[in-house]
Ligand binder design. Sequence first.
Ligand code: SAM
Length: 371
Amino acid sequence: MKINNNPFSGLSKTEIITWLKEDDPEKLNELWQHANSMRREHVGDEVHLRGIIEISNFCCRKCAYCGISVLNHDLQRYRMDLEEIVACAGEIENYGFGTVVLQSGEDFFLTKEWIAELITKIKTITNLAVTLSFGERIGDELVAWKEAGADRYLLKIETGNPDLYRKIHPRQNSPWENRIDLIRFLAAAGYETGSGIMVGIPGQTFEDLADDLLLLQELNIDMLGIGPFIPHPGTKLGQEYRHLRNDKNQAPNSEIMVYKVNALIRILCPDINIPTTTALATINKTSGRELSLSRGANVIMPNMTPVNYRKLYEIYPGRICLEEFGEEAVEAIRGRIFSSGRKISTGQGPSPSYLYKLKENTNNKYIGRRL
Ligand code: SAM
């Protein structure tokens, strides 16, 4: 039974699958409009800008989709030094952004102490919120970084299907369940917690995607990034993609499918932050970001990694922004936000969902537990 005949209230798995398979432009327009009005009502017209710095492309993981996996022996590896990262964060603040996102492969050369020092330095010289995205690290490290001043942590589950997860992380030490445990741990440790999935992974069905959406809703996460799976020819999954047969259950990794998932996420989790992912902007360089902003998203994360490193962080081919950096590029992004009829946020831009949790002062039972 739908409240006030609203076709979007309390979406069931079957209804989500129907939306994912919908291709009537008029019906889809209803979906975009509803996601857009939910976005306006719950998180407002502001677009938050987060500058991302990819601080290291070393990675000990063997993810079957990712170009910076340890299995890619052809890639030149880099690690930025501390002063370089702090200077880059200073520039991000000068551009008027409210958040710096520090991301890397899973690089254990970046120690607990070194990262804590990096966070302390950034928090001392800037007013930026600090988001970390360093993969699966142990509870002790995550607590230390929170205490050093980190605000947010981003850890995608990639897929909610443990079997598919195992398949795309074939020689992974830790199982899918560890990601879920870590996400809960991060939230209990006080982080504003982000996650997300890839859309169109070979072997991922429409049903999987619907389950993923309901799982992400249940996990009560504060930010969700949804991007298409982009095949990297140097990876196992990139090769498999070339031979993918036409299976009617296979969810496509298409632009439209990403918009559908984004819009449904906004409807299911109205109070969270949703970025327009770089992967989406890579498959539609001209209007991917704008379309995503008008279909539920409210965050843009321009790449602020120094240009000489940026091309080495090749998680998939054809990434956008390999050249752009500096005032001109930032102005271009601002212009695109204004022309979409939106405003640029000037603060750190936490999600309403996180602020509600702070008010409720949710329990901290995971703090101190070793993972
Ligand atoms: N090491 C951290 C982690 O695992 O969370 C962060 C770095 S990882 C390279 C960042 C994200 O890149 C992953 O969460 C994944 O979704 C995305 N990614 C990697 N390869 C991709 C591909 N071929 N297509 C789309 N997204 C990809």
